[in-house]
Design a protein around this ligand. Structure first.
Ligand SMILES: Cc1ncc(COP(=O)(O)O)c(C=O)c1O
Length: 413
């Protein structure tokens, strides 16, 4: 097979049915953005929308906007939109708080839904916040909860009559390895446990079918592939069958059955609204809505097809053009086992990523040695893939990464 050329990449862009969506993002000139798996770029529509919400809704209509502009049920309406992306019913999703806070709510709910069972099973390599939140809850619950961490291939065998919850991230934040959600959920159910999925690197990136997989609970981020902006609110999913039984511990007034009755005693709202806590952040929700509205216009299958072609091209170019520099591909080579990102392993990963960023190719670094590149199919082009690998080749061949400035560790990597 002949090597992949830049001309061949340009031809793929010319034939790409999703190519026009790139114009919907305010991407800076000269930047190749391969970090949409960390922070999605700014959709052009967001700026005008936020300006209008600030000036007209907040500025002129003031507090009447809660009713007049439907602010009060925005968490539900936006949840219903995200539900369409991940195979849930509209009333099974709500947008609120951060993924971390939502994990706290849902792990607590799961423990209560499985009385007599105390183990939460998860993966050692799960995203730290998932593990930290479970550890914190474990401290609170004492003997009533234990977190058990295992390697990926040990998970199913570890599920037993003491397991309350299997808690996993579908697409691994480091390597992009994708779990078989349906199989693992079935295994959890066979053991009498519930399954909670973190969709941070899935929603808007890979097709997800929560109800098809039988998932019980899920959480996910708004600021990655949904392009909701830095610190955008997160979403949470509770399958319809659990909603009336489930209780969450952050019993704030927005999750009350009648917030404006101002009763003394807490009464959970019917349905998914009981998973709200405090006043919804309207500006952030509006920005997220603009991002979600973009993703909703695109067929999820087409998105998956393109992101797979992008990651395949990247892996192929690394094999063909960077072989002598000592990179290993940390992501699965089988496309069906991989999300929309590729990670490379290299001992000098940190300065290499910094040198790439200085050349306008933005990826990120995850300790101890991973260079991580996201291929969000709405705006990444095949020529970007070629140019990014070309830049990587130059950084390595000319040892540009070896400059002291690229070795200074910043707070965010
Ligand atoms: C799998 C996963 N879960 C959760 C988070 C972050 O959660 P939060 O939005 O609470 O910071 C991330 C962030 O990268 C993540 O990758």
């Amino acid at each position: 097979m002949s090597c992949l050329t830049r001309a061949a990449c340009a031809a793929m862009d010319a034939a790409d049915p999703l190519a026009a969506w790139r114009a919907h993002f305010a991407l800076p000139e000269g930047v190749i953005y391969l970090d949409g798996n960390s922070l999605g770029p700014l959709p052009r529509a967001t700026e005008a929308l936020i300006h209008d919400v600030v000036r007209r809704q907040w500025g002129e209509d003031l507090i009447t906007s809660w009713n007049r502009h439907g602010w009060v049920d925005l968490p539900q309406r936006l949840g219903a939109k995200i539900a369409r992306l991940i195979g849930a019913q509209p009333h099974e999703l709500i947008v609120a708080d951060s993924t971390s806070v939502n994990l706290f709510k849902l792990i607590s709910a799961a423990i209560k839904l499985r009385p007599g069972r105390r183990t939460v099973v998860s993966e050692r390599g799960n995203f730290p916040t998932d593990l930290y939140v479970a550890q914190g809850l474990g401290e609170l619950l004492g003997a009533r909860m234990e977190l058990r961490l295992l390697d990926c291939d040990e998970l199913e065998a570890a599920l037993d009559e003491d397991t309350a919850l299997l808690m996993l991230t579908q697409v691994d934040y480091r390597t992009g390895r994708m779990h078989d959600m349906a199989r693992l959920t079935r295994a959890a159910h066979d053991a009498g446990a519930l399954a909670l999925w973190d969709l941070a690197h899935s929603a808007g990136a890979v097709p997800v079918d929560l109800n098809g997989a039988g998932a019980d609970l899920a959480v996910g981020c708004g600021y990655k592939y949904l392009n909701g902006g830095p610190g955008a609110p997160a979403f949470l999913f509770v399958a319809e069958r659990w909603q009336e039984l489930a209780r969450q511990p952050i019993t704030g007034w927005f999750g009350h059955a009648a917030p404006f009755a101002f009763e003394t005693a807490y009464q959970p709202a019917p349905g998914i609204a009981r998973f709200l806590a405090g006043t919804p952040p309207i500006l952030s929700l509006k920005a997220l809505e603009a991002g979600v509205d973009l993703v909703l216009q695109v067929d999820q299958g087409a998105l998956r097809q393109k992101s797979t072609a992008l990651t395949e091209s990247f892996i192929r170019l690394i094999d063909e053009r960077c072989r002598e520099f000592g990179f290993t591909i940390a992501s699965p080579r089988a496309a069906e086992a991989r999300g929309a990102q590729v990670a490379l392993r290299h001992a000098e990963g940190y300065p290499v990523v910094q040198a790439l960023i200085a050349r306008g190719v933005i990826g990120d670094f995850r300790a101890p040695d991973l260079l991580r590149f996201g291929f969000a199919p709405l705006y990444v082009r095949f020529v970007d893939v070629w140019d990014a690998v070309d830049a990587l080749r130059a950084v390595m061949a000319e040892r540009i990464w070896d400059q002291p400035a690229f070795k200074q560790r910043a707070a965010v990597t």
